[in-house]
Design a binder for this molecule. Sequence first.
Ligand code: ADP
Ligand code: MG
Length: 279
Amino acid sequence: MRSIAIINQKGGVGKTTTAVNLSAALAQRGHRVCLMDLDPQAHASLHLGLTLADGEPSVYDLLTGDASVADVRRQIDENLFVAPAHLDLAAAEMELAGEVGREIILRDKLAADHEPFDFLILDCPPSLGLLTLNALTAVEEVFLPLQPHFLALHGLSKLLRTVQLVARRLNKSLRLTGVVFCMYESGTRLAAEVSTDVSEFFAGGSEPGCVWADAVNFQTRIRRNIRLAEAPSYGQSIFQYSPHSNGAEDYNNLALEVLGESLPELESAAAKLAAPLTI
Ligand code: ADP
Ligand code: MG
């Protein structure tokens, strides 16, 4: 199983949109996916139409109580399962403040779960607090969504330091494996410049053993697409809400890259190059 935490301590960069639609794209391609909502705002749960009634088990009960992953997880579509959050998750951080081993509660709960999945995807809150730490100790991969504006790299060193520290002290398997641009305005100079800066940052200067040494800058840019912003209000993934939109195409391509498969456009470009020239 690949386990991936979608992390950026900034809000509004596309974490939830990516967690939900990447999960849906992978599930649609026949992979069994469990999406876990670690944000008290519960946006990923709401995006997929899950509103919890009082007393229904959520990630809060997983982290603070006796609930198991199986108690919390529910199937919402073929191959797609969600462990939903609720506003009360905001209290978990305070409640667990004095607890020994509070950073590895999620890891232990997941280790006790034997349901087979191909992907576990964690949607994280916009902070580097205890909930994000629980995600970082529980997964092997971090994906970093970035919005290409001039502050994209601001705060990145703190995030990378946190991931590096967790990798050193708590989770030897942790690596930052992917950077994905969200809300990309194709054709603007700013977006192109920021993505070049980011590529250079991740390509250069990382010593071996550094957690982002093998990070991939995904070639798929998630373009700004109003359908992606509308889909959550209908409780649907982009594939249910608008399957022919740019948003659906981009998240489908991202899923192909995550799976290590080649992208349709690149295939056709390569085919054109390989084809003999006819005059
Ligand atoms: P985060 O989880 O990092 O806070 P979200 O995924 O919730 O970010 O995105 C912030 C807002 O931007 C949401 O309203 C979302 O619907 C919208 N959004 C995200 N990605 C796109 C996109 N590619 N095009 C248009 N709107 C987007
Ligand atoms: Mg979010």
